[in-house]
Write a protein that binds this ligand. Structure first.
Ligand SMILES: [Zn+2]
Length: 420
């Protein structure tokens, strides 16, 4: 294929300009055409054309008149939040969850499927079912599909290279969904999608451009955001800390190796250790809880912490220390000041967090660790689903991207230019 440079450049320029206009409406609407022109640096004619197109596409509307500055009061424009939708999916281990979200990332509809023992093609069928349910009757407003999946995901093509439980070796999920739905599709590792969501929606006030978000649930993984962008690594495995060996001669891991972080710090590991403790000591707090129900949940551990049960505290602190050990290593490599923990294990709260913090500090270089803040994420919704949707909004419309890093965002640069 021979590209015609002039034509390509023209199209690129137009797309770029359209994104600037969209962004101005998104961040500052309702605003007048003149204000859009001032903010974007585009001519009034160009803005007028692009706005007309957005109105025709049903993406923007005129919403009355603003205050007059002497002449005729200007007509104000606004982006229509519900004009387009994206599907965000979280293909978590036990349950696939999905949501239809609007341009602001607000959830319009949700759906989910139990995974049970489904794997391979059966699990793919569940993904299709979930999307079918979410997109029913919305075909004309769909922008695309974003997916967060466990394991190693080639984010460039959307191919799942390796997923522990789903038996999807080299599954070209991105291509399969693009073909089936005829829409743009983005697939990323779930921990990375969650990190993006936290950076875009959770850390906005702090203006954080660098962030490590660590998922601690049945699996453990991290997402690394540097300079407002997800860092994927050379093999799309940046942040795969769950299978770092932390115990010599330790328990066997799902990955086939021994003593991985997941075997001592994941929810499974915690529940296994707590059950062992309860079985060994039937009269203890955990023993009584175990006898009640036949198995333990993380909420039983929360109850144990609240009741100041020594064994529960010991188990939780040990898991926290192993996690802290690995996080200490990250601090040395990345010198990132914001580390956020999330996932089901974060329900253990302060005693767990304190163990993570203490160990991370103990194992990292003091001049670096002195400035590090390790916290549990504020509950802002289903992070993987939100992150998956954000991937799509960012790639298709340039929305959501870099909102936290105002200095780097388009709007931020425009504002900076105006001030200068
Ligand atoms: Zn492992």
């Amino acid at each position: 294929v021979v590209a015609i440079p002039g034509k390509a450049t023209h199209q690129q320029t137009r797309a770029h300009n359209a994104a600037l206009v969209l962004r101005a409406l998104y961040d500052h609407g309702p605003i007048s055409r003149a204000e859009v022109a001032r903010m974007s640096g585009l001519t009034r004619t160009t803005v007028g054309d692009l706005v007309a197109e957005l109105i025709e596409q049903g993406m923007a509307s005129e919403v009355g008149r603003g205050p007059s500055t002497g002449g005729k009061a200007p007509i104000l424009l606004e982006l229509i939040d519900g004009a387009r939708h994206v599907v965000g999916l979280d293909l978590a281990e036990l349950r696939f969850r999905g949501a239809l979200v609007n341009l602001r990332g607000n959830v319009v509809q949700t759906a989910e499927r139990e995974v049970g023992t489904a794997d391979g093609d059966e699990a793919v069928d569940l993904v299709h079912e979930l999307i079918d349910e979410l997109v029913k009757g919305r075909d004309d407003t769909l922008l695309g599909i974003g997916v967060g999946a466990p394991g190693i995901v080639d984010a460039a093509t959307g191919t799942i290279r390796w997923a522990v439980n789903l038996n999807w070796p080299d599954l070209p999920l991105g291509d399969m969904l693009r073909e089936r739905y005829g829409l743009p599709v983005k697939v990323a590792n779930d921990s990375r999608a969650a990190a993006l969501a936290l950076q875009l929606f959770g850390e906005r006030q702090t203006g954080t451009a660098n962030l490590v978000a660590v998922t601690v649930g049945r699996g453990i993984g991290a997402g690394v955001v540097l300079g407002g962008e997800l860092f994927h690594g050379d093999g799309f495995g940046a942040g795969e800390i769950g299978h770092t060996t932390v115990v010599e001669e330790g328990p066997e891991c799902r990955c086939g190796r021994i003593g991985c972080l997941e075997t001592v710090a994941s929810s499974r590991a915690l529940l296994r250790l707590a059950s062992d403790e309860g079985e060994a000591n039937p009269d203890s707090f955990l023993g009584a809880r175990l006898a009640d129900d036949g198995h333990l949940r993380l909420t039983d551990l929360v109850a144990g912490l609240t009741a100041d049960d020594a064994a529960t505290h010991r188990i939780v602190a040990r898991a926290g220390r192993y996690l802290g050990e690995v996080i200490g290593g990250l601090i040395g490599v990345l010198d990132v000041e914001r580390i956020v923990l999330h996932g089901s294990v974060a329900i253990l709260g302060e005693p767990w967090l304190q163990a993570v913090r203490d160990e991370a500090r103990r194992r990292s270089f003091p001049p670096l660790s002195a400035n590090v803040h390790i916290d549990i994420a504020a509950p802002i919704g289903d992070l993987v689903v939100m992150g998956a949707s954000a991937l799509l909004l960012t790639s298709e419309l340039g929305l959501a991207s870099g909102r936290a890093a105002a200095g780097r965002s388009v709007a931020g640069r425009i504002a900076a230019g105006r001030a200068a």
